[in-house]
Design a protein around this ligand. Sequence first.
Ligand SMILES: Nc1nc2c(ncn2[C@@H]2O[C@H](COP(=O)(O)OP(=O)(O)OP(=O)(O)O)[C@@H](O)[C@H]2O)c(=O)[nH]1
Ligand SMILES: [Mg+2]
Length: 332
Amino acid sequence: VTSVADLAQRVIASEPRATARAMRIVDDRTVGWSELLKTLWPHTGRAWILGVTGSPGAGKSTLCDGLIEAYRAGGSRVGVVAVDPTSPYSGGAILGDRVRMARHATDDGVFIRSLATRGQLGGLSRSARDVVRILDASGYDVVLVETVGVGQDELDVTRSAHTTLVVVAPGMGDEVQASKAGILECADVFAVNKADRPGADGAMRDLELMVALGDESRRALSKTHAGTEQRADSDGWTPPILKCIATRGEGMPELVAALRRHRDWSEGTERGRARRRTRLAEELRATLRDALIEAAVFALGDRVDAAASDVEQREVDPYTATDRLVEQFRGR
Ligand SMILES: Nc1nc2c(ncn2[C@@H]2O[C@H](COP(=O)(O)OP(=O)(O)OP(=O)(O)O)[C@@H](O)[C@H]2O)c(=O)[nH]1
Ligand SMILES: [Mg+2]
């Protein structure tokens, strides 16, 4: 049996098998998982985390494939985390992602890992973050995180990226979906993919309008709340919208350049760095929430179930029951 320290060293030395093993340990919460993450932490922070999100079939994997190619050509090592929220058992979409990126499978500068949805709250975003961190420690310069842009968990995954690319395909009503799902706020760059299909120009115009309106309302907001996020002024960021045909590699150089500009903004300006800090604080809150729930459930033991049955008997309302449990946990 290898020790955690030993395994960590092998991850840092970029041994793919050790990296895969570390992911399993962390994902299954096997003994030593947190020690492993703590040991790896000082070796993280170098990778550029690039979220790629958008509705099913929009062309995310095909675009990722093109991005992998571009970053490999530039000498970067690339990690890919493909998050599949819908088919934890069938593995259908996971297989699809694998096939689409298959030509990179034998390249040892590329590491592809698929994740299925976990049952527990925040489980998916937590596993994704941990996997990203292991890839970061293992020396992958760019980590692509592909998610289908639905659900809170997925939005959390998207929020933890440094740069988020939202992929839209014409004729799918994606632009409207994007504004509804809160994806618009996460979008740093938009790609209108499948520009070989009718409706691409319309989709471009819709998005342009939406981004412009977003900037308007943000500007209006920042007048009333001075000091709050002002995305559209001097060192702010307005999401560019690019047209591409992923299957033919058309528009890829422009897309790569736009993503690069966002990276430079996020690393090189005070606004960009402030946004990174906000995201880290959000993550800390999520980790804290998990740890507190775990500690409380452990400390309270049977009292949680007992309270549930009291609520079920209508002897107490759920709010008072919760208050009492919190009090008992505090005074334990
Ligand atoms: N016509 C056309 N088809 C495309 C383009 N990009 C991708 N496709 C096709 O669209 C289908 C879906 O592409 P994927 O890259 O798997 O899309 P995805 O968003 O990763 O899909 P999921 O992961 O299943 O949500 C595939 O058959 C692709 O070949 C494009 O620019 N034009
Ligand atoms: Mg895909």
